[in-house]
Ligand binder design. Structure first.
Ligand code: PLP
Length: 370
C-alpha cells in the first residue's frame, strides 16, 4: 500500500499496439522527406474535420495559435472586448491579449464549471466582439443559449475545444457551434501528438482561406502575401502521429468515460466531495476528472504520501493572475471561479490507467475521510 506510485498522467500503450503504429508512421513520414505541410497534414485536416463534424479543419502549430488565428479571422483586435470564463487555462486569456483585445472574465456555472449564456450575458458591453466558451475538463457547454445570446448581441462565438475532442452537445461535436473552434493536440490532451500541434475547425470558407494563409506568413501563392501572417503550420511529423491516433479517439474517450464511471460510483457520498456533474444534453469526455472538497490541500498532501499524484486545474483563476493585474480585478470579484480554484483537485485519469491503480486512488481518498 505504501509502495503505490500512481502518476497523475502517464503515456501508456492504449489501445495496445498504438505506440508501435505511431513509431512506424513517424519513420515512414521521415523517409518521405516532405517535412513541411504536404499530404500528411492535408489528410489529417480532412479526417479531423469529418471526425468533429465540421466543414473544414486547418492544422496549426498549437492550441494557443488556433485561438489566436480564430480571433484574428473574425477581426477581433484593439478596442474590442472578448468574454472568457475566468476558470480556464491561461492560454484562452492570453490569446485575446495577443490580438490586442481586452479579455473580460466571466463567472462559470457552479455545478458544471462551464461558461453559460447567463454568465456571458452579465459581461456583455457595446465593445464585446466575441464570446469564447471553453468546454472545460471535456464537458460540452450548453451551446444553444450561448449561440442565441451571441446572435441577439451581434457577437461571434469562438469555442475553445482544447479539452473536448469528440465531446458533443445535443449530438453535435464541440467546435462546430460557433463561428470556429480551436483544438490543441498537446500530448496529454484527449487526442495528443508527440509535441505541439493544434487545429481550427469552421464551416466558413473565408475563415479557412484566411487561416491557411495567415499560418504560413500570409502567403496566398508562393511569395505573394495577402496579410502579415506568422509561421504556425501543423508539423508534418505530428500530423503523421495524429493520423494514426485519430481513428482511436472514440475508443480513447470511451475508456476515459469508463474510468470516470468507476470513480463516480466508488466516491459517491465520500466526505464532503463534490463529484463532476454532467448536464443532460452535454457530453463529457473527461479530459480532467475534477473533484471538489473544502479540505483540498490536506487531501492532496495525504494522497501524495500514499504515492498518489494529483493536479489542480487551476489554482489561480486568470483574473487574479499577476500578469492580469493591469485589468484591475480583485479577490471577490468572481466568487464562483475563486471558490472552484480553492477547492478543486484533479484525479489520475488517462487511457491505460490500471484497475489496481485506480483502486489505490479510491482507497487513499476514502481513508482520508475516515
Ligand atoms: C491546452 C489548452 C490550450 C492551449 O493549447 P496548447 O496546444 O498548449 O497551446 C488552450 N485552452 C485550453 C482550455 C487548454 O486546455
Amino acid at each position: 500500500m505504501a509502495e503505490a506510485k500512481i502518476p497523475y498522467f502517464g503515456f501508456r500503450d492504449f489501445p495496445e499496439g498504438i505506440e508501435s503504429r505511431v513509431e512506424a508512421a513517424l519513420l515512414q513520414a521521415a523517409r518521405q522527406k516532405q517535412y513541411v505541410l504536404g499530404a500528411e497534414v492535408a489528410a489529417f485536416e480532412k479526417a479531423f474535420a469529418e471526425a468533429v463534424g465540421a466543414g473544414f479543419a486547418v492544422g496549426v502549430g498549437n492550441g494557443y495559435d488556433a485561438l489566436v488565428l480564430a480571433l484574428r479571422a473574425v477581426g477581433v483586435g484593439a478596442g474590442d472586448e472578448v468574454i472568457v470564463p475566468a476558470n480556464t487555462f491561461v492560454a484562452t486569456g492570453n490569446a485575446v491579449v495577443q490580438v490586442g483585445a481586452k479579455p473580460v472574465f466571466a463567472e462559470p456555472d457552479g455545478i458544471t464549471y462551464n461558461l453559460t449564456a447567463a454568465g456571458a450575458a452579465a459581461r456583455i458591453s457595446p465593445k464585446t466582439k466575441a464570446i469564447v466558451p471553453v468546454h472545460l475538463y471535456g464537458q460540452a457547454c450548453e451551446m444553444e443559449p450561448i449561440m442565441e445570446l451571441a446572435r441577439s448581441a451581434g457577437v461571434k462565438v469562438l469555442e475553445d475545444a482544447a479539452q473536448a475532442h469528440g465531446a458533443t452537445y445535443k449530438g453535435h461535436g464541440t467546435g462546430t457551434f460557433g463561428h470556429a473552434g480551436a483544438f490543441s493536440f498537446y500530448p496529454t490532451k484527449n487526442l495528443g501528438a508527440l509535441g505541439d500541434a493544434g487545429a481550427v475547425v469552421t464551416t466558413d470558407g473565408g475563415t479557412v482561406e484566411f487561416i491557411r494563409q495567415y499560418r504560413n506568413y500570409g502567403e496566398s501563392t508562393k511569395y505573394l502575401n495577402e496579410s502579415i501572417g506568422i509561421n504556425s503550420r501543423l508539423d508534418t511529423l505530428q500530423a503523421a502521429v495524429l493520423n494514426v491516433k485519430l481513428p482511436f479517439l472514440e475508443k480513447l474517450n470511451r475508456e476515459r468515460q469508463r474510468l470516470a464511471k468507476v470513480y463516480l460510483e466508488a466516491l459517491k457520498g465520500t466526505g464532503d466531495l463534490v463529484l463532476p456533474y454532467t448536464a443532460p444534453a452535454c457530453g463529457h469526455v473527461y479530459h480532467i476528472f475534477n473533484i471538489r472538497t473544502g479540505h483540498r490541500d490536506a487531501l492532496q498532501a495525504w494522497l501524495r504520501q500514499q504515492g498518489v499524484h494529483t493536479a489542480i486545474h487551476y489554482p489561480v483563476p486568470i483574473h487574479l493572475q499577476p500578469a492580469y493585474r493591469y485589468l484591475g480585478y480583485k479577490t471577490g470579484d468572481l466568487p464562483v471561479a475563486e471558490e472552484q480554484a480553492a477547492t478543486s483537485l484533479s484525479l489520475p485519469l488517462f487511457p491505460g490507467l490500471q484497475e489496481a491503480e485506480q483502486a489505490a486512488v479510491v482507497d487513499g481518498i476514502r481513508s482520508f475521510f475516515k
